[in-house]
Design a protein around this ligand. Structure first.
Ligand SMILES: [Zn+2]
Length: 65
């Protein structure tokens, strides 16, 4: 089985895999070299989400290049 690479959206930092564009913001600007992931459950209460300007729930990259 081929390993599916994870991608991080450069616009909203959403982490996704196997599709050509970000499922959240539909941007095609992604990077496969990102550092760290965080799972945001409640973006309004998450300090990390606020620091990263994340306004929805899901898996996000902490740092994209
Ligand atoms: Zn995105």
């Amino acid at each position: 089985m081929a390993k599916i690479k994870e991608r991080a959206c450069k616009i909203c930092k959403n982490v996704y895999e196997g599709v050509d564009r970000c499922p959240k913001c539909e941007s095609k600007e992604f990077t496969e070299s990102f550092k760290g992931k965080t799972y945001v459950v409640n973006s309004e209460k998450s300090v990390i989400a606020q620091n990263l300007n994340i306004t929805s729930e899901g898996e996000f990259a902490i740092k994209t290049r």
